[in-house]
Design a protein around this ligand. Structure first.
Ligand code: AMP
Ligand code: ZN
Ligand code: FE
Ligand code: FE
Length: 280
């Protein structure tokens, strides 16, 4: 089995890439994909650890995109970075960093004291996000865990929410394809995505833009939603994946290996990557 969606300290996970590989080996997984938000920095370490431990590591990313005004996450597998992709990712990361002072300002107006230094003390990698703001609030004893910080202030629609820059969904898919990647829409039926990523829209992404797969299995999809997405993927003739979206201790209910993709399905994914010139 593979866990095809995990995060490390390169973005907002709490484990190093090496720790993820060690845990994957302990769980007896065949492999996992490291899919940090808008960054590839953890891949080399993950691959080295995977090689040592006999765990296959797929070079992935979770790209921040937007469709119909809604944040959509796009998984790219088997990335061979292009200068264009590197440039776009650098811009997304810059925008992630630039929004932090605005979030701190909003928190200040709400009477919650927080400094940039306190937030940056929680960041170990190059891709900063709301979870690091949440971690700083946990460190100060203001909230008990990330979930509480999101529920009170940081989630979309809450008072300290600041949107981050994104790429257009179709441009993002094209960009990842150009980097040799197989492209899968992450958790299409959570939050706002569920409203805009209808069956028709997913079908259009497959037929018009070559989308390669749908993340059907995800901790935030209930059993009925998963069944429906597995059936839709089959109907559309694309891959259906299942993954935990593990963030280490940063996300409750997303334990590594808790949702998986069979080796045979991952083999299909690897064949798509090979055919496109990606990294397998
Ligand atoms: P950002 O990329 O900065 O917009 O932050 C989004 C990240 O926050 C995603 O990785 C989500 O997994 C994470 N996230 C969203 N809601 C929550 C929550 N309630 N608790 C913990 N993490 C969350
Ligand atoms: Zn995350
Ligand atoms: Fe996501
Ligand atoms: Fe994720």
């Amino acid at each position: 089995m593979y866990d095809l969606h995990t995060h490390s300290v390169a973005s907002d996970g709490t484990d190093t890439p090496t720790e993820l590989a060690e845990q994957a080996a302990e769980l007896g997984l065949t492999g996992f994909a490291l899919c940090d938000h808008d960054i590839l920095d953890g891949i080399t370490e993950a691959r080295n650890a995977g090689e040592r431990l006999g765990v296959r590591v797929i070079a992935g990313i979770e790209l921040s995109a937007k469709y119909a005004g809604v944040d959509i996450h796009v998984l790219g597998y088997g990335i061979n970075p292009t200068p264009e992709l590197d440039k776009v990712l650098a811009g997304l990361r810059r925008g992630r960093l630039d929004r932090i002072p605005r979030m701190i300002q909003q928190m200040d107006e709400l009477g919650v004291p927080l400094t940039l230094k306190e937030v940056m003390a929680q960041v170990s990698g190059g891709s900063v996000g709301r979870p690091h703001v949440a971690d700083a609030l946990v460190a100060k004893g203001i909230v008990a865990h990330r979930d509480e910080a999101f529920a009170r202030w940081l989630a979309a629609g809450r008072p300290a929410y600041v949107p981050k820059p994104t790429v257009d969904l179709v441009q993002g898919i094209d960009l990842l394809h150009q980097a040799g990647a197989a492209v899968v829409i992450a958790h299409p039926r959570i939050r706002g995505a569920a409203k805009v990523l209808t069956d028709e829209v997913l079908a259009d992404l497959v037929t018009e833009h070559g989308l390669d797969g749908i993340e059907a299995g995800h901790p935030m999809h209930d059993a009925a939603t998963r069944a429906q997405l597995y059936a839709l993927a089959e109907l559309l003739g694309v891959i259906a994946t299942g993954s935990s979206d593990c963030h280490g201790t940063g996300k409750i209910g997303h334990e590594l290996g808790s949702v998986t993709t069979p080796d045979g399905v991952t083999g299909e994914l690897l064949r798509i990557i090979s055919a496109r010139g990606g990294a397998v």
